[in-house]
Design a protein. Structure first.
Length: 493
């Protein structure tokens, strides 16, 4: 299957991962802040424009699907200026943030804590957001909490829990980590084993290269026909997610190809294999034969023999790229794989329970408020998940800060309002928030959430999280959450 469309660079962290914030990020004030404000606003627009090509149609809700439609496809064609009048065309909706940052008076001011309370409280009280609503807004540069309502109330996060999952994985493994899939030969040269490392993005192209390298090594070693087995022992515990068979996620396996998808898709709900490891091994066996290596039988499950030597290996894209793909497309399979990689690094079993302990421990180690949090899975499909708005906003602020540049892919992977991923069709082109908000969506039946960053009229980066439970209309709840985020980008008058 063709590799999914990636963000504009093969290694999304390579240019940004080493960035260190200047001291005025922490202390504020002076011309440095004005320079940062301008840079932040302009960078937000540039990144948003580049992100138009990124796709991401689906959120992780059990019954929720969002269309894959880029803004350029909706608004193709030339502009019409007949109504612009003698003063010329009206400024772009995002102009206030940029012009204010450059010193032009827009009539808008950055919202302080009192201003935010005045404008956000009524919006959070809208009936569309159900029976329980919480929200937190943090100045990402200073860490100051500008708004809090129910900040420590545990809520079902739905897919916004992927923020916690990806932060933990990056903190534990680093952005350059790659997941290996290997082929090993037993000491007696009679048994060949395909060993899964937990890479859900393994595809036929990768398996073909593995088969070619393996066949070459077998010929060089003078080996005869081999028995073919496949090893999935890297993962333990139940293979099925607690929601059961579901088109939003495949059975958990350390060996799978194309996320166990059976329809050729690369994102969103899809028919899934009941046994992804067996299917991947079957494809590998066929490719091995095409490469000229003889096997004595069809592949069967089996653990690699002690003392086996590696004949071939494939490594996934860097963790930074997997994190971005998981967040932009709300990819449940990658999110669960990242949680298990975190567990393996921590010496925990690569299971739902082991992942929960490992991810929670990583977040605690970063000094984040985990009281009341229960990270039952890595994807947010499990309604047993609980997080607080304070934790989500804190995670985003930490990723934006100078002390943990390894976490930057969490921010660059967030969908861009009006342009990419699960926010591609959530903000109209006329919205002042378009391009200035990046956020992770979350949707389950009766649950809606939005957590991300917004650039305010003076170019400040704000981290926010809004969580709602008891909602009855997903569309109305989403619109209300989008209005909350837009308000942050607009500032107060």
């Amino acid at each position: 299957m063709a590799e999914p469309v990636q963000r504009p660079t093969e290694e999304p962290l390579s240019r940004w991962g080493g960035w260190k914030a200047p001291k005025y990020l922490k202390h504020g004030g002076g011309s440095g802040n004005r320079r940062l404000a301008a840079g932040s606003a302009v960078l937000g627009l540039v990144v948003a424009a580049g992100a138009v090509l990124a796709a991401g149609p689906w959120d992780s809700g059990q019954r929720k699907a969002e269309r894959d439609r880029a803004a350029v496809e909706r608004h193709a064609g030339g502009a019409h200026h007949e109504g612009d009048g003698p003063g010329g065309p009206a400024p772009a909706p995002s102009a206030p943030a940029v012009l204010s940052a450059l010193g032009t008076d827009t009539g808008l001011t950055p919202a302080g804590s009192s201003g935010l309370k005045t404008v956000l409280d009524p919006l959070l009280d809208t009936p569309a957001l159900g029976s329980v609503r919480t929200g937190v807004v943090v100045d990402a540069a200073t860490g100051e909490q500008l708004y809090a309502r129910g900040a420590t109330t545990p809520m079902i996060p739905a897919s916004t829990v992927k923020i916690a999952t990806t932060v933990a994985a990056l903190a534990a493994l680093g952005p350059d980590h790659r997941i290996a899939t290997t082929v090993v030969l037993s000491p007696d040269s009679r048994t060949l084993t395909l060993v899964g490392g937990g890479d859900p993005t393994l595809d036929e192209a990768a398996l073909r290269l593995l088969a070619a390298d393996t066949a070459r090594s077998l010929r060089d070693a003078g080996a005869g026909p081999v028995r073919l087995t496949y090893d999935t022992s890297r993962y333990t515990g139940p293979a099925r997610h607690p929601i059961g068979p579901n088109e939003n996620i495949a059975p958990m396996s350390a060996l799978m190809a194309d996320e166990g998808r059976l329809d050729g898709s690369d994102r969103g709900p899809a028919p899934r294999s009941d046994d992804p490891a067996r299917d991947a091994a079957g494809v590998f066996a066929g490719l091995l034969g095409d490469a000229g290596a003889a096997t004595r039988s069809a592949p069967v499950p089996g653990k690699a023999a002690a003392g086996s030597r590696t004949l071939a290996a494939h490594r996934s894209k860097p963790l930074s790229a997997l994190v971005e793909r998981a967040l932009t497309n709300s990819d449940n399979d990658i999110a669960e794989a990242l949680a298990r990689q975190t567990a393996i690094e921590a010496g925990e079993p690569a299971s739902f329970a082991g992942s929960r302990r490992a991810v929670t421990a990583q977040l605690k180690g970063l000094g984040l408020p985990t009281a009341g949090a229960r990270l039952a899975d890595g994807s947010g499909l499990d309604r047993a998940d609980k997080v607080t708005a304070g934790l989500l906003a804190g995670l985003l602020a930490l990723a934006a800060g100078p002390d943990h540049p390894e976490l930057r892919p969490v921010l660059t992977g967030l969908p861009v309002a009006g342009f990419s991923g699960t926010l591609g069709d959530r903000f109209p082109v006329t919205s002042p928030a378009t391009g200035l908000i990046r956020a992770k969506t979350g949707t389950l039946t009766g649950v809606n959430s939005l957590a991300g960053t917004a650039v305010d009229p003076q170019g400040r980066l704000l981290a926010f999280a809004f969580l709602a439970s008891g909602t009855t209309s997903p569309a109305e709840a989403e619109a209300s959450l989008d209005t909350l985020a837009t308000t942050l980008a607009e500032g107060t008058r």
